[in-house]
Design a binder for this molecule. Structure first.
Ligand code: COA
Ligand code: MG
Length: 295
């Protein structure tokens, strides 16, 4: 269970900070999170204008209850200090740091933000996209329990993982599964959320739906997206279905019956159901309620 108030993070749409049309369009798109990019989607000469466009967009408002995240450049780039000044001026909910290698990187970021007097409720999100990040995943995700760092979400960077490790990023992602699942376990141990990587072929609806289903099955909280076309299928995969919610309510109601008060396990439709399943159901209900409240 995440420590922060439960927020659906089914979809997180990246957009280049330099793309004014996209920044405007995001105000009307049905996404849970918007990631305004200053890193790879913005060329070096466009970075200053992108920072200003993001500040203007965020301070101008109009994004409703979407969670707003700015992705900065990496800590060891010449852009980071100007990026963080822009973050403080724009006041997003979180800053997403790319190329994280160690928990020390997140502590360095938190320190830089403190020096800039960033608001104390500004969260940090971490890209998991280097071999070091995967090998250090438990220690990085443990920053979710460090009030000085306020790490709230891991974001998989599968394109960079493929580049840095030379492992293939193929349909089904078979060779990457151990790394992806390690990050899921690390996120849960740290009490934080985790979002799956992007699917590049945004015209391939079938392939995308399959990868969304896989991410949901893996326990991801949602998926990062690159195109508005991907939102609907993403929400279909990461929202609890009506059947799941009905089942969750039913087993909780059964455990609430006086005759089951002293039982740890009961039989429902020929299946063993334990109180842990009822607890899992409470989370499903809470997410469904939070989604309904957003709609
Ligand atoms: N966010 C918001 N709106 C987007 C968008 C995005 N990521 N991607 C496309 N759109 C909008 C376009 O502005 C266009 O809007 P309009 O028709 O109202 O003018 C509409 O969706 C259709 O766009 P389309 O023509 O299909 O795509 P494109 O060729 O303009 O752009 C990409 C394709 C891949 C360049 C673009 O989707 C993109 O920049 N994605 C994000 C890239 C990114 O941030 N990468 C970093 C992290 S991996
Ligand atoms: Mg990357």
């Amino acid at each position: 269970m995440t420590q922060h108030p439960l927020k659906p993070r089914r979809s997180a749409l990246y957009m280049p900070g330099s793309n004014a049309r996209a920044l405007e369009k995001a105000k009307s798109l049905d996404v849970d999170c918007v990631i305004f990019d200053l890193e790879d989607a913005v060329t070096p000469d466009q970075k200053p204008a992108a920072r200003q466009a993001i500040i203007d967009a965020l301070t101008g408002g109009g994004y409703g209850d979407r969670e707003l995240i700015i992705r900065s450049n990496g800590l060891d780039t010449p852009y980071i200090d100007e990026d963080l000044k822009a973050v403080v001026a724009a006041r997003p909910h979180a800053v997403l740091l790319p190329k994280v290698n160690t928990p020390g990187d997140l502590q360095r970021l938190a320190h830089k933000l403190a020096v800039l007097n960033a608001p104390t409720d500004l969260a940090i999100w971490a890209m998991m996209e280097t071999p070091q990040a995967i090998l250090n995943a438990p220690a990085i995700a443990a920053c979710g329990r460090d009030p000085e760092v306020r790490l709230s979400c891991l974001v998989l960077g599968t394109n960079d993982i493929a580049k840095e490790t030379r492992a293939a990023l193929n349909p089904g992602r078979a060779v990457m599964l151990p790394w992806l699942m390690t990050c899921v376990a690390a996120a849960r141990a740290g009490g934080i959320d985790i979002l799956d990587g992007v699917f590049n072929a945004f015209q391939d609806g079938e392939g995308f739906a399959a990868e969304c289903a896989q991410g949901a099955e893996m326990g991801m909280d949602g998926k990062t997206l690159i195109h508005p076309k991907q939102i609907e299928a993403c929400h279909a995969a990461f929202s609890p279905s009506e059947e799941e919610v009905a089942w969750a309510r039913r087993i909780n109601d059964l455990f609430d019956l006086p005759e089951n008060a002293d039982k740890g396990a009961i039989q429902v439709d020929g299946k063993m159901v334990e109180r842990l399943h009822a607890d899992m159901g409470l989370r499903v209900i809470a997410i469904a309620d939070a989604i309904a409240a957003r709609a």
